[in-house]
Structure formats: structure tokens, C-alpha cells
Design a protein around this ligand. Structure first.
Ligand code: SF4
Length: 509
């Protein structure tokens, strides 16, 4: 499909890397160069300035997907040579490509024009051409997929490999795992991107030359931070380039971003400088007033909103896990599985007790989660949550746990969401425009935080859950994770108890 590039003055992919005058490029470095010259320079020459772990893994949690994609091609051969030994990998690749008995090559290695690549799947066609498939643990085509494929096709063409079709192999969000193992023929969907490749391919040679010239420079390229720092991928060097917004930045204003843009256009970046006659919504006006006065806002309706509950009060929080590849029968691609709940129960006389559930076996948690939850919540009393998440998960669980459906759905009318109560009736300059429990807690309850815990946030909790149920994780580590997860979820519900208590204090009890 692609013509051999004009700059192809170098012979084959078997040439020695030492012949190259500048640092090697790769697929990911090429994409970094497209995003920002400075990012590419720093990735190659100043890797130590990126946060720890930035360059550790090939995919964002998608490593489990690639072996399943390979299983779709029986007889395919893996170039089982680690990334650092590229010449060796290229030599093995050349032997496999030359062997007509090999229908597919996985992790084939090539080098052309200073760009070193390993291709996920290279599938042999009967006419001597090949199909290139890049495996991605996402469910839709991303903006980076076309240039990613283009640079690979460029290198393959330069190495004399004729590519007939190029595409990305994505996870099919419609797939639901059956009773047996994962059905690799149904788990994936192939998006053929051949038709859109040409303009990207035409730009590769010039881009590669520019990137390699830039890498040879003595100075870090002077680039001003902007939208490219987060798009199409968040850059790992934002701490180096992006000035964090000040404590009174107008970006904190809730609602329409047009208001913020209009203020910035007028050169107004500080909330305290917003002219009094500026048209603002009541919520925006509240944020400006709090910045100017340095005091909290407490709405007249706060007390009534907090008292619209029935005792006992159950403060409830869920944690979920959403593995890319469905792990248990009846589960889908990236579908959240409720794995853990924490429950603080407050009686009218002030007595506070705690209960918790964590499914720590490598089996579907749904039934045990549902059964324990309905048992713990009984039939009366308000269930206080912070956001709509628990409501959504209860509905979803009711669909998949028919034995508990009626009792699960009976919980829904008892839910009281504390988040809109806070949003509507309270503001403090410390919130900086965010009403998340992690931001509200230090403003209202300064003596309680998450700093003493092993796990501090929901993203880490989900990642750790995956490690805990993995049989390959050592037993002592699994036990430590289990304890960390329990304490993290417990803190979330205790935070709700204390936030409500503090709000009651502000509202006059
Ligand atoms: S933070 Fe922005 S300016 Fe800095 S290297 Fe990354 S993309 Fe470039």
C-alpha cells in the first residue's frame, strides 16, 4: 500500500543501530514528538525528570490484552527477545518472515531511518503482503492510532515489507463473558484504518528528520505550555512546564466555561479582581464573594436539608473494579464490579458503629456483595451517600442479581445524596471550585484526612484490588492490600459522618 519513502537511502532493517547519528526514535517517541518537541526531548534526554513509573509499562493496564489477541492466530510465532536486544529481535524476525509456514509474527522487530519498532501482530497474506494490527486496550479509535500506524507502515515499507491493511484491534464493549473462558473471537473488534492512513504516512519522513535533528540539539526546545500538555495524552512533564493556578484563579468558577474565558480575555485572572457588575450565576457569585471576604458561605436552607432524613442514618460508600478483560462469567469489558462497601451507622442518640464488606476471592463479587449489603441496611433509615455513584451501582446490581433485586431496589428511595446539599448550601474558599469529598473534608474537618492511610484514592484502590485477587501476588502483600482497602473505604464513610456533623454545626445544629 505505501510507497517506499524517498529518504530511504539505508538498506535493510538488519543494519546496526550504531550507524545512526542521533538517538533512536520509536512508536511512542514519534507520538511524543507530534505532541510537543520539548516532550520528546525530555523523554529521550532527561527521563529522570518525569514522575517515577512513567516509562515502566507498555500499556495503561492493557498488558493482559495482547496475549489474548495473539491467541486469535494459531501457529503465530512470538519474537521472544526483550526490547533492549533489538538487533537479535530483528534477526529472528527476518527468519520468521522468510518462512512461509509462519502465518503470523508477534512483536516483530524492524529498524528504518532511525526508527525502531516492534509490531503487535503481523499477519501473512497469500499474495506476499502483510496485515498490520496494533492491539489497544480501548473500546474506540483514538486520535493517536492513525499516526501510530503510519510510522509503523513507514518503517515496514522501508524494510521491504508490503503492508496491505493496517488497523487497530480494540476491545468490543458489547462482549459479555460466558460460562467458559474468554472467547477471543468475540472479545475484540478490528477497526481497519488503511483508508485514512495516507496523509499521516506522507508526513512521517519529514517528521522523523525534524525530530531527530531536534534531539541532537544541545538545548531543551523552548515551548510554552498550552493545550498540548494534556492533549491527546497527558504529558509526564507538566510539573516542569505548567504553572499551577493560584489560590484565587478564576478557573474555579463553576458552570459555563465561557464566563471564565470572557474574564481571561479582559485580563482578569484573579477572583478578587472580578468587577462587581459582572453577570454571574448565584453559584459563581458565591465563589467570588467567598474569595473577596475570605469567609465561608452557609445557605439559609442548609439546616432543613440536613434534617430531611430518617434515623438510623447509614453512611454508605462503594468501591468498584473495572478490568479491561472480563474476568468472571456475566461480566463485560471495563464494566464496574462492586467489590467492597463501608457502612457507618449513626443512631439518633449519637451512637456510631461501623460495618464493612470486601470480596477478596478471585470470583465474581456480585452476589456476595448484594446479599451482604441488603442484610446490613435493613428496611428503614436514610442511606447517606456522596454522589450518584452508589445509586447507579445499586440499579446495575439489581439487574444482575435477580434473587436480591427487590430488596436492592427498595434501597433506592432511602438514598440521600450529601453532595448536592453541600453544593447548594455551602462554600469555602479552600474548596477552589471542587466539591469532592477529598476537598470538602479538610475545609470542614481539618483534623481528619487520608494522609495516614496506605491507599488514598479510588484509582489506586481499584488497581490494588486487581493485585490482591491475582494469585501471583505474594500472600503477605495481598493481606497488606486487603487491610489498606478496608481502611480506605472506612475513611470515606467516616468523612461523610464528620462532614455532616460539621455542616450541622454551621447550620445551628
Ligand atoms: S508539559 Fe507541555 S510544554 Fe512541557 S513538555 Fe509536556 S507538552 Fe511540552
Amino acid at each position: 500500500m505505501a510507497k517506499r519513502p524517498n529518504r530511504a537511502t539505508l538498506p535493510s532493517h538488519l543494519r546496526l543501530p550504531m550507524a545512526q547519528p542521533a538517538p533512536m526514535l520509536s512508536k511512542s517517541r514519534y507520538l511524543s514528538g507530534l505532541q510537543c518537541a520539548k516532550r520528546l526531548y525530555l523523554e529521550v534526554n532527561r527521563r529522570d525528570r518525569a514522575p517515577v513509573g512513567t516509562f515502566g509499562s507498555r500499556f495503561d493496564g492493557g498488558d493482559a490484552v495482547v496475549p489474548l489477541a495473539r491467541a486469535r492466530h494459531p501457529g503465530g510465532v512470538l519474537v521472544d527477545v526483550e526490547y533492549g536486544r533489538h538487533e537479535e529481535a530483528m534477526a529472528l524476525t527476518a527468519r520468521l518472515l522468510a518462512d512461509p509456514r509462519v502465518p503470523a509474527v508477534f512483536e516483530a522487530a524492524f529498524l528504518f531511518d532511525g526508527v525502531r519498532i516492534r509490531t503487535d501482530l503481523l499477519l501473512r497474506n497469500h499474495d506476499g503482503t502483510w496485515d498490520l494490527q496494533e492491539v489497544r486496550p480501548s473500546t474506540s479509535v483514538k486520535e493517536t492510532h492513525l499516526p501510530d500506524l503510519a510510522v509503523q507502515v513507514y518503517v515496514l515499507s522501508g524494510c521491504g515489507v508490503r503492508v496491505r491493511r493496517a488497523g487497530v484491534l480494540l476491545l468490543d464493549r458489547r462482549y459479555v463473558r460466558g460460562e467458559g473462558g474468554v472467547d477471543v473471537s468475540a472479545l475484540f473488534c478490528l477497526k481497519d484504518l488503511t483508508a485514512g492512513l495516507e496523509p499521516h504516512l506522507a508526513a512521517v519522513a519529514e517528521n522523523v528528520a525534524a525530530f531527530r535533528d531536534g534531539l541532537g540539539a544541545a538545548e531543551v526546545p523552548a515551548v510554552t505550555a498550552g493545550g498540548q500538555c494534556w492533549h491527546p495524552r497527558e504529558c509526564p512533564f507538566t510539573a516542569e512546564c505548567v504553572t499551577p493556578p493560584g489560590p484565587f484563579d478564576v478557573g474555579q468558577l463553576p458552570g459555563s466555561s465561557k464566563v471564565v474565558a470572557a474574564l481571561r480575555e479582559r485580563g482578569i485572572h484573579d477572583l478578587r479582581d472580578v468587577p462587581p457588575d459582572t453577570r454571574l450565576s448565584p453559584a459563581q457569585r458565591r465563589v467570588v464573594d467567598c474569595a473577596v471576604t475570605g469567609r465561608a458561605y452557609v445557605g439559609p436552607g442548609l439546616r432543613a436539608a440536613l434534617h430531611a432524613v430518617a434515623f438510623p442514618l447509614f453512611f454508605l460508600d462503594f468501591e468498584t473494579w473495572s478490568p479491561a478483560v472480563p474476568r468472571y462469567p456475566g461480566t463485560g469489558v471495563y464494566k464496574p464490579l462492586p467489590t467492597q462497601w463501608s457502612l457507618h451507622t449513626l443512631q439518633r442518640d449519637g451512637t456510631l458503629t461501623h460495618a464493612e464488606f470486601l470480596h477478596d476471592a478471585d470470583t465474581s463479587p456480585r452476589l456476595a456483595f448484594a446479599a451482604s449489603l441488603v442484610r446490613a441496611l435493613g428496611e428503614a433509615g436514610s442511606i447517606v451517600v456522596y454522589s450518584k455513584y452508589e445509586r447507579t451501582q445499586i440499579h446495575s446490581l439489581a439487574e444482575r442479581a435477580p434473587d436480591h433485586r427487590a430488596r436492592l431496589l427498595a434501597l433506592v428511595p432511602r438514598l440521600v445524596d450529601l453532595l448536592p446539599i453541600v453544593t447548594e448550601h455551602y462554600y469555602h474558599p479552600q474548596l477552589r471550585g471542587s466539591f469532592s469529598i477529598k476537598r470538602v473534608l479538610p475545609a470542614l474537618v481539618p483534623d481528619l484526612g487520608y494522609g495516614d492511610l496506605a491507599i488514598h484514592d479510588g484509582g489506586t484502590a481499584a488497581e490494588m484490588y486487581g493485585r490482591m485477587v491475582d494469585a501471583a501476588t505474594p500472600a503477605d502483600e495481598r493481606a497488606a492490600i486487603r487491610e489498606g482497602l478496608l481502611r480506605y473505604c472506612e475513611r470515606d464513610t467516616l468523612a461523610m459522618v464528620r462532614v455532616r456533623e460539621a455542616l450541622l454545626g454551621l447550620a445551628g445544629g
